[in-house]
Write a protein that binds this ligand. Structure first.
Ligand code: NAP
Length: 273
């Protein structure tokens, strides 16, 4: 496993994403991932699976303090008291006393960042949250969030894969010693079949997905959280620590970023840089 070192913390560079995983399937996926060596799990209040994530962690042989656990506050809970109440509920569902990272899931146009961030900071004070972060924030919004926060913002979790340029966000993250957590790192499966990725993959006896993940985690400050429910995919995605892309291959993949394809629902993401 490789790690991203941010603000004195070591975060496993590869995590398991859990969006759209529900019930038994979610529990089994997280259990399998932990058995295969994953130590970073990404969930959110809106995924409606915190209970299953918590059960899988509790049933596993891995101790809680070996796992980097992230959850996210949903937009309906951005007011101060709702942050506190909803995160307490999240912790109960997750069967833990703390999360390693708590994110604002989307920038809000109604509730000022300050109100949500202050509430999140009080959860850091009470020991229920170790680090706070943001998700889907533009570079301008990143600046605003840090201005109103009295603690360092740990990450901006954004869509990032070989078909999307995130140079501006990444540069800002590096400047601020923040992690860029790459969501939809496989472009929701669309990396499969891409000619450039396939050609590189064949050289290493790897798949396009593995090359895309390797390309991400080879970048300073970047962690990736692919979702995989198929056992073979969960396993494959973890087998990316035994090869290194050359600078030339990295450049070839960088070229693909110019496609600038976003797979996130456009209704959710109106004002990107
Ligand atoms: P993704 O990880 O890019 O793609 C998931 C898709 O790729 C699934 O269909 C999966 O299939 C397939 N896949 C996984 N590994 C594969 C492999 N080795 N070979 C071929 N196909 C493979 O997309 P995502 O779920 O949108 O993003 C990942 C995580 O990021 C989410 O689960 C969530 O935790 C987070 N996320 C956060 C936000 C946010 O707003 N902060 C938004 C979106 C996502 P199987 O499931 O069949 O294995």
């Amino acid at each position: 496993m490789d790690y991203v070192e941010i603000q004195g913390e070591k975060v496993p560079a590869l995590g398991i994403g859990t969006w759209q995983l529900k019930g038994e399937e979610c529990e089994e996926t997280v259990k399998t991932a932990l058995e295969k060596g994953y130590r970073h799990v990404d969930t959110a209040q809106i995924y409606d699976n915190e209970e299953q994530v918590g059960q899988a962690i509790s049933d596993s042989d891995v101790s809680r303090d070996e796992i980097w656990l992230t959850t996210k506050v949903w937009t309906s809970n951005f007011e101060h008291d709702s942050v506190i109440k909803s995160v307490n509920e999240s912790l109960e569902k997750l069967q833990t006393h703390y999360v390693d990272l708590l994110l604002i899931h989307w920038p809000s146009e109604e509730i000022p960042f300050e109100e949500t961030i202050k509430a999140m900071e009080s959860l850091v004070e009470s020991g229920q949250v170790r680090n706070i972060g943001i998700s889907n924030f533009t570079t301008e919004q990143m600046e605003k969030a840090q201005e109103v926060a009295s603690k360092d913002i740990f990450t901006n979790q954004v869509e990032y894969h070989p078909f999307l340029n995130q140079d501006a966000v990444l540069e800002k993250c590096r400047e601020k010693d923040m992690m860029l957590t790459a969501y939809s790192p496989l472009a929701r499966g669309e990396v499969m079949g891409n000619k450039v990725l396939k050609e590189i993959a064949d050289k290493y006896d790897k798949s396009e997905a593995q090359v895309a993940l390797r390309w991400l985690i080879q970048q300073e400050n970047v962690a990736a959280i692919p979702k995989a429910s198929t056992e073979n995919h969960i396993e494959q995605n973890f087998e990316i620590f035994d090869f290194t892309l050359t600078n030339e291959e990295v450049e070839e993949i960088n070229e693909l970023k110019n496609e600038n394809n976003r797979y996130v629902d456009p209704d959710f993401a109106p004002n990107w840089d």
